[in-house]
Design a protein around this ligand. Sequence first.
Ligand code: AMP
Ligand code: MG
Length: 412
Amino acid sequence: MLPVAEAERLILNQIHPLNPETESQMVTLDKARGRVLSRPVTSSLDFPHWDNSAMDGYAVRYLDVRDCSPENPAVLEVVGEVPAGIVPDFTLQRGQAARIFTGAMIPNGADTIVMQENTQLQNQKVSVLRATKSGEFIRKQGSFYQAGNILLQSGMLVNMPEVAILAAAQCNQVSVYRRLRVAIFATGNELVPCDRPLAPGQIVDSNQYALAAGIAQMGGIPHCFGIIPDDPEATQKAISGALSMVDVIISSGGVSVGEYDYIDRILKDLGATLHVTKVKIKPGKPLTFATFTESSIPSCLYYFGLPGNPVSALVCFWRFVQPALKKLSGYSSGWQPKFVLAQNRCLLRGGPRETYVWGNLAYTPQGCEFDLAPGLQISANLINLAGTTGFAVIPAGKDQIHPGEWVQVLTI
Ligand code: AMP
Ligand code: MG
């Protein structure tokens, strides 16, 4: 049985990100959020594009106002007005000022902005009561970014800030990695889809819906292959069918040691290499990770066989699958699972395996706090997963973590 960190290492070492040359596509900016840039973005524009005012006030020559004070104001003649969006057509001479507004171009001759609050206007003359330093409140051309440099690195996830930057740089088309295609199926004779009546002994295949939601949430395209009965032939057929259509296959169930757990054997028959079959984690022990070689299989290279119990399946997804899929998607950073140190509020019980217990991670002004979800903390109970924001991690071999102690929490 592999320690969690070792299983994680084995999995992530096998993951080779998509090729930016052959596995990219162009998307328009409105479709770019949530995608990963596959090429660096540069701009031919400086930011700011030209010197402009950071304040509503007056553009002045510093020498004219350097020595002013409320008792001894500098009185300047107002010779023009520059609203945002207008190119000033005059040059400021000694003793002159121009009314100016935030974002407006600095007129020639001016080198400083005096904020409106430090002035008094009377009969086309402005009295400047205070000016602190030369160049104040001028946003200089190129002081944020200089044309030709890299604006956004490849491998960067596009979120709100990056959308703003791309828009400002007039990049209406960006090159992003294609979305991962992920096949999902569930195994189990007892399973039915959520819209079918339940006969005695049956339960709903909730894992397939949850995994599809998880894949979509991280930007992949889920392909749901449905429920496969506990029958080796049907399972082999399902896996073989999916192999040529997707990048990754995720199945749930059938990886345990029961009579009906065929997945590992079928993977071997199909020529896959099994890197992980059991992990020292609770919940989630029977996790399978396998790879296919490029030459034997045209498309799919990675297989995750998750345990069937609903919490086990989701813990394995968050702890192992999601980071792997993010790495595969081209993320240059930020694909690793995210842990925070939180102050524990309840008694947490561990055991010989690395134990994950679920609950609420609160970000308070004093730091993070973790509260255990009430109700049964067992892998079959998905009901008290509702609202879960983190999993506290009790290291393997540690019996308890007491209230008030610090605990690592996997954020989801
Ligand atoms: P297995 O890993 O196939 O031995 O399944 C372990 C437990 O998880 C059993 O109680 C199954 O009924 C349950 N289970 C298996 N697959 C699913 C699924 N897709 N959705 C919900 N529960 C499942
Ligand atoms: Mg089963």
